[in-house]
Design a protein. Structure first.
Length: 107
């Protein structure tokens, strides 16, 4: 008899950000995603944090102009501050601030 599996959703996989096991963009940063982003330095774009929201969205201002948003499952308000320099790797969805790295979904 086939076992019924629960759908793979945010609410079933990662009810608490610290325990998240989901490897989709914006959840846990896998070693492979980090390695690929590190190995392709041309993919990084410098930006400045504009706003950090409780729902995981981070508004950034890329140095080439305009604004963009990324999303991380965890609330990053304690980790990032407006005016702080960051870099985002658009190909692999990685946000870097200092020595910290997060997987992000680019909105």
């Amino acid at each position: 008899m086939a076992q019924r599996l629960r759908p793979h959703t945010v609410s079933t996989v990662c009810e608490q950000a610290d325990m998240c096991q989901d490897d989709h963009a914006g959840h846990v940063l896998t070693p492979m995603r980090l390695r690929l982003a590190t190995a392709t330095p041309s993919g990084w774009r410098d930006a400045v944090v504009v706003e950090v929201l409780a729902d995981g969205r981070v508004v950034i201002a890329p140095l080439h102009g305009g604004t963009a948003q990324v999303w991380q499952h965890a609330d990053l308000r304690d980790a990032l501050q407006p005016g702080e320099p960051v870099a985002v790797h658009r190909t692999y969805g990685v946000l870097a601030a200092g020595s910290d790295r997060w997987s992000v979904a680019i909105l």
